[in-house]
Design a protein around this ligand. Structure first.
Ligand SMILES: Nc1ncnc2c1ncn2[C@@H]1O[C@H](COP(=O)(O)OP(=O)(O)O)[C@@H](O)[C@H]1O
Ligand SMILES: CC(=O)N[C@@H](CCC(=O)OP(=O)(O)O)C(=O)O
Length: 258
């Protein structure tokens, strides 16, 4: 089976112009089919503040009111997505920026209000793997932001780590997929204050222990859950690392297994 790289970059890299540019240079150099997913939560929060729109997060998920949805669509699908696409073109990569509504690539359903009403937050229902494969077959690099749709004209906000995991899983029907979560640290850390304390392997048992011992917190909790979801849905390999890994996959980082 042909290999496919699915890479996701988070808010801290996107906010750092030099780090983002270096990532796009290194990503452009990788041969073969590839997909990029980006977040941008930090930028959306900053723009919300400027616009006087309140931000509320629960367990790493944004409570997305109609007003918040406008801000995140403008930020993710507009400013960030188009800057990344332009950056990739600059380095010779034929990139195509997409929300899940574009070419109906990712359908989601609005999360029902149970204990928490997340507002316009979407849980992924269906990734259109055939459409994405068609785009890849044209030699194009799809660049997804964290916006999906419900098929009834409603845009929804979906966590970018989840989008990466769902795309990687769906594309495993056609490729041997390697999923890479790229963020500002070297990997999952044993001690958040020691940047070199990288935990090189995490399986489900270790994950449960890290969670119980509160070694992992905040956005790292859903990120790891997304990693395991991907492995359970046939993704061949999942790694969490900083952008050095894209140049040299032997650098110290975190590899996940079931
Ligand atoms: N043990 C840990 N190791 C590394 N990061 C951790 C750990 N526990 C919590 N974190 C936090 O998780 C964050 C990464 O999650 P998130 O902000 O969702 O990432 P991204 O930038 O990819 O969107 C890190 O910036 C860090 O603050
Ligand atoms: C529902 C939900 O929480 N969506 C996220 C989407 C962006 C994202 O995931 O950005 P990072 O990868 O930079 O964290 C949010 O609005 O923050």
């Amino acid at each position: 089976m042909k290999q496919l790289l699915v890479a996701k970059i988070g808010g801290n890299i996107i906010e750092d112009k030099d780090a983002l540019n270096q990532f796009l240079i290194d990503f452009s150099k990788i041969e073969g089919p590839k997909i990029l997913i980006h977040g941008g939560g930090k930028s959306a929060t900053q723009l919300s503040e400027k616009l006087g729109v309140k931000t509320e997060m629960i367990d790493g998920r944004r409570i997305t009111s109609a007003e918040n949805l406008d801000v995140v669509v403008m930020t993710y699908a507009g400013l960030i997505n188009k800057n990344i696409v332009a950056g990739l073109q600059k380095h010779g990569s034929p990139a195509l920026g997409l929300t899940g509504a574009d070419a109906n690539t990712i359908m989601a359903t609005k999360r029902p209000a149970q204990f928490v009403d997340y507002g316009f937050v979407g849980d992924v229902e269906k990734v259109n793997d055939k459409m994405i494969k068609g785009i890849l077959d044209m030699g194009i690099i799809p660049v997804f932001c964290a916006i999906t749709h419900d098929g009834n004209g409603q845009l929804l906000n979906t966590n970018a780590d989840t989008i990466a995991s769902e795309i990687a899983s769906a594309m495993s029907a056609h490729f041997e997929v390697s999923l890479f979560y790229c963020f500002e640290l070297k990997g999952v850390l044993e001690d958040i204050n020691n940047k070199d304390s990288v935990i090189e392997h995490i399986d489900l048992e270790k994950y449960a222990k890290l969670r119980d011992d509160q070694v992992i917190a905040d956005g790292m909790l859903p990120k790891l859950q997304n990693c395991f979801d991907a492995l359970q849905k046939n993704v061949a390999s999942v790694h969490i690392a900083n952008s050095e890994y894209i140049k040299d996959n032997t650098v110290k980082h975190t590899t996940l297994s079931l």
